[in-house]
Design a protein. Structure first.
Length: 130
């Protein structure tokens, strides 16, 4: 019975190797300032996205900035959690980008699936414009 509880080796892909691990990193204040000054701006119905391309080998970096007019602290934190998870789900698309996501007031009651769809649309649009 104990044997079933022990952690086994992670499954490998069909070709026998593991995909590279990509982790999201938070932006520092100088990086945030740089993205606002030199980055491009993309608008969505749920959020505003500022982004700048960095080296392709760097892990994606992000910052989520929610204004107080979006609601109480609990509502703002929930919005941040939802958008953080949406970025986490698309982290392979984000490789080599530094981004700042600012939720709009329309995104106050947004669900996770809607946020994931919105983020996916924006990033596919960014990939096409390259």
């Amino acid at each position: 019975m104990v044997e079933g509880l022990l952690k086994t080796e992670e499954p490998k892909g069909e070709s026998g190797f593991r995909p590279p691990k990509v982790t999201l990193k938070r932006l520092t204040r100088p990086e945030i300032r740089n993205v606002f000054e030199k980055g491009r701006k993309v608008l969505s119905s749920a959020f505003v996205l500022f982004f700048i391309e960095s080296r392709a080998s760097t892990p994606p970096s992000y910052s989520i900035q929610v204004k107080k007019k979006l609601g109480t602290a609990a509502e703002r934190n929930r919005t941040k959690r939802i958008f953080r998870e949406a970025l986490q789900r698309h982290k392979l698309l984000l490789k080599g980008y530094q981004l700042i996501l600012i939720p709009r007031s329309d995104s106050k009651g947004i669900g996770l699936n809607d946020a994931v769809d919105q983020v996916m649309k924006i990033f596919l649009g960014m990939q096409r414009k390259k």
